[in-house]
Structures are given as structure tokens and as C-alpha cells.
Design a protein around this ligand. Structure first.
Ligand code: ADP
Ligand code: MG
Length: 140
């Protein structure tokens, strides 16, 4: 399996509860390395663009409002099969369905306020990384 990159967001429910370090440690313990990281306040336009694939879903407007309700930490993670490693440690979208020991089982408040985002494919990881980071901001 190759070393690849994925894109992560520590969501506003988690930054509000001062969980940036705790979540990052779980990512690192899962074999992922933070090769870029910045704390930002997303604009409405940025959040709408990022989640454009969900634009027709009933929860879209709430999701955008939630994602701009406070700061987020956007990260590029690197490791063996990074997309899968990240999604495994993140757990299911709904914390009620997430396995013990996952980020969402441990920290999520709800299916919406679920503490972390992780890309779902290598292709989307590349798109999402480029949405938030310039190449020179990523130092592996
Ligand atoms: P994931 O983040 O696990 O890849 P999705 O891509 O399906 O999940 O959804 C993106 C985000 O939208 C979720 O992480 C969650 O914050 C929110 N979301 C998903 N499904 C719902 C829902 N049924 N109700 C409210 N928010 C949701
Ligand atoms: Mg998704």
C-alpha cells in the first residue's frame, strides 16, 4: 500500500470544546502525519463550495450554517492509504453508529456536529486539499 494524502477538518463543535489536540492525537495514533494545518473561519461561500455535492440534501443549509458557526482546523494528512486510515479512525457519520474508539464515537455531539471531516476517495482528497491549501503550504 502506498503513502498517500487526505484532507481533514476539525469541525466547529470540536474547536469550541478545545479538542483540536485530542483529535489530532487520535489521527497521529492512527498512523497519519499532519503535513499542513491551519485554523480558519470559513466563509459561507467557502462552505457552500466545499459541500456543493450535498447541495440538494435537506440538511445542506444547516450544514453550511454549522460549518461557519466557529473556527475549523483544516489539515492535510499523510500516511499509508491515508483516506481509509482517516475514515477508519473517524468512524461512521452518525456517532450512534460509530465504533468504539473512533473520533466520532468519542467526541461527536450529533450526526451534523460530528467533530471531523475526512475525504472519501483519493480523487476527492486532491480536490479538497487544493480547495484550502497552496502546494507550498504542504510540507511532508
Ligand atoms: P461523511 O462526513 O461521513 O463523509 P457525508 O459526506 O454523507 O458524511 O455528509 C457530510 C456531512 O454532512 C456529515 O459529516 C455531517 O456533518 C452532515 N450530515 C450528513 N448527514 C446528515 C443528516 N442526515 N443530518 C444532518 N447532517 C448530516
Ligand atoms: Mg463525505
Amino acid at each position: 500500500m502506498a503513502v498517500t494524502r487526505t484532507f481533514s477538518i476539525i469541525k466547529p463543535d470540536a474547536t469550541r470544546r478545545n479538542l483540536t489536540g485530542a483529535i489530532t492525537k487520535m489521527l497521529e495514533d492512527a498512523g497519519l502525519r499532519v503535513v499542513a494545518s491551519k485554523r480558519i473561519q470559513m466563509t459561507k461561500e467557502q462552505a457552500e463550495g466545499f459541500y456543493a455535492v450535498h447541495a440538494e440534501r435537506p440538511f445542506f443549509n444547516d450544514l453550511v450554517s454549522f460549518m461557519i458557526s466557529g473556527p475549523v482546523v483544516v489539515q492535510v494528512l499523510e500516511g499509508e492509504d491515508a483516506v481509509k486510515a482517516n475514515r477508519d479512525v473517524m468512524g461512521a457519520t452518525n456517532p450512534a453508529d460509530a465504533a468504539d474508539g473512533t473520533i466520532r464515537k468519542t467526541f461527536a455531539e450529533s450526526i451534523e456536529a460530528n467533530s471531523a471531516h475526512g475525504s472519501d476517495s483519493d480523487e476527492n482528497a486532491a480536490i479538497e486539499i487544493a480547495y484550502f491549501f497552496k502546494p507550498e503550504e504542504i510540507v511532508g
